[in-house]
Design a protein around this ligand. Structure first.
Ligand SMILES: NC(=O)C1=CN([C@@H]2O[C@H](COP(=O)(O)OP(=O)(O)OC[C@H]3O[C@@H](n4cnc5c(N)ncnc54)[C@H](O)[C@@H]3O)[C@@H](O)[C@H]2O)C=CC1
Ligand SMILES: O=C(O)CCC(=O)C(=O)O
Length: 415
């Protein structure tokens, strides 16, 4: 039977827990989410009718600090998915050694079918409903799929109205002039870029000569492609989004492609390349593949087609466990999501620190600190992979589990 996303996430964890020999009672504390909140809430549509939406917020673990993680709007979002994403956030914040736990939220909605005003009413009502477990010291949301700085500004304002004062630290990913941090928008892509550079060296490819394909062209895909091209000198030869893809073996002009995507909402109509299908992206020969769309993109069905030396997981959970095994047997280096896409939450941490201190940093300081922390986490993960003779994913879990387990044991179990 097919595993659910949460079961998939837990199976990755179990592998590392086994290597570490963690007693099963402690492993069980680490597997289960601490709190899962489901909210059903009404929203008035522009035509005066009322629709009831379902939203979620799951706090997986808070042993190392407040819960932290994004909120997504998607037609298929469900509790199992949000539980898996919250689970991954716990390990991601621990891999980066951030003083946070893990959480995630979502609303089951296709935001493209709502007007701007409907989206605002939906966002504000959802945030009021989940506010009972949210706050700058207990759970700090951020953007994820189909949410952005505008939505974060509505969340911050809603929370502030409800508590009676302006609380900048309650969400991250806000507009820069409203308590946001410089560099948060590009942060996940910048972290991916650092991993592309490091992975290229590990597979014996000069990053400035590397060819890259990118699946998904939203926040993460765009900045991963742009920064790899601009700062590493790599050649991005194919890109896809939910409507199709575009391929140019000479290299795509990513800046122009971003402008095209923002104007027309798709990449496959870009004139300087050959149109390909969404699935074609997985069989293009290149050095590096960056999946930056949704979970379960690389499966047992398409893993055999993959013709790259390294995969840098920009998305959360893009590779299924069966595909992971196939890629391993093909010798593909997989840099796991809980390390590769951790740049976003790291700059979210910087944003939160800036908000709490009401003192804001320069972009150079943010970029330098982020790149230093990404490099450190990559090095630590690699060292563990070598020590235990495991792949990078299990190594990243080992690094993270040790940190979370230490916090749980040191704090003690008794109230
Ligand atoms: N935004 C952030 O800071 C972070 C996001 N992530 C993860 O990265 C992934 C992408 O997130 P964002 O870029 O923020 O979302 P987004 O909403 O900005 O972009 C998603 C992109 O994926 C594309 N897409 C959807 N289905 C596709 C398919 N079947 N084939 C090709 N493309 C497809 C969409 O067209 C869109 O271009 C998600 O897994 C998210 O959880 C992870 C860490 C941080
Ligand atoms: O910036 C954050 O707090 C969380 C980003 C996120 O949701 C993720 O890393 O998957």
């Amino acid at each position: 039977m097919k595993m659910s996303l949460y079961e998939t996430a837990v199976s990755q964890f179990n592998k590392a827990a086994k290597v570490l020999g963690i007693p099963d009672d402690y492993a069980e504390i680490l597997r289960r989410p601490k709190r899962s909140l489901i909210v059903e809430f009404p929203v008035q549509m522009d035509d005066g009718s009322v629709r009831v939406f379902t939203g979620f917020r799951v706090q997986h673990n808070t042993a190392r600090g407040p819960a932290k993680g994004g909120i997504r709007y998607h037609a298929n979002t469900n509790l199992d998915e949000v539980k898996a994403l919250a689970f991954w956030m716990t390990w991601k914040t621990a891999v980066m050694n951030l003083p946070y736990g893990g959480a995630k939220g979502g609303i089951r909605v296709d935001p493209k079918k709502l007007s701007w005003k409907e989206l605002e009413r939906l966002s504000r009502r959802y945030f009021s409903e989940i506010q009972i477990i949210i706050g700058p010291q207990n759970d700090i949301p951020a953007p994820d799929v189909n949410t952005n700085s505008d939505v974060m500004a509505w969340y911050m304002d809603t929370y502030s109205m409800n508590v009676g004062y302006t609380s900048l630290g309650v969400v991250t990913g806000k507009p820069v002039d409203l308590g946001g941090s410089k560099g948060r928008e590009e942060a996940t892509g910048r972290g991916v870029k650092v991993c592309v550079g490091r992975a290229c060296k590990d597979i014996g490819v000069d990053p400035s000569k590397a060819t890259i394909v990118v699946q998904g062209f939203g926040n993460v895909g765009q900045y991963s492609a742009l920064l790899s091209q601009k700062e590493l000198g790599s050649r991005v030869i194919a890109v896809s989004d939910s409507k199709g893809g575009i391929f140019n073996p000479q290299g795509l002009d990513i800046k122009a492609l971003i402008e095209h995507k923002s104007k027309y909402g798709r990449v496959d109509t870009f004139s300087d390349g050959k149109k390909i299908s969404r699935e074609d992206i997985f069989s293009i020969k290149a050095d590096v593949l960056i999946p930056a769309a949704l979970e379960n993109s690389i499966t047992a069905e398409n893993a055999n087609l993959i013709n790259v030396k390294a995969i840098i997981e920009g998305a959360n959970g893009p590779v299924t466990p069966e595909a992971d095994e196939i890629l391993r047997s093909k010798g593909v280096l997989v840099v796991p999501d809980i390390l590769a896409n951790a740049g976003g939450v790291t700059v979210s941490y910087f944003e939160w620190v800036q908000d709490l201190q009401a003192f804001f940093w320069k972009i150079e300081q943010i970029r330098e600190s982020l790149e230093m922390m990404m490099n450190e986490a990559y090095t630590e993960t690699k060292e563990i992979a070598k020590k235990y003779d495991v792949e990078m994913r299990t190594a990243a879990y080992i690094l993270a589990i040790n940190r979370v387990l230490y916090a749980i044991q040191k704090r003690g179990l008794y109230p």
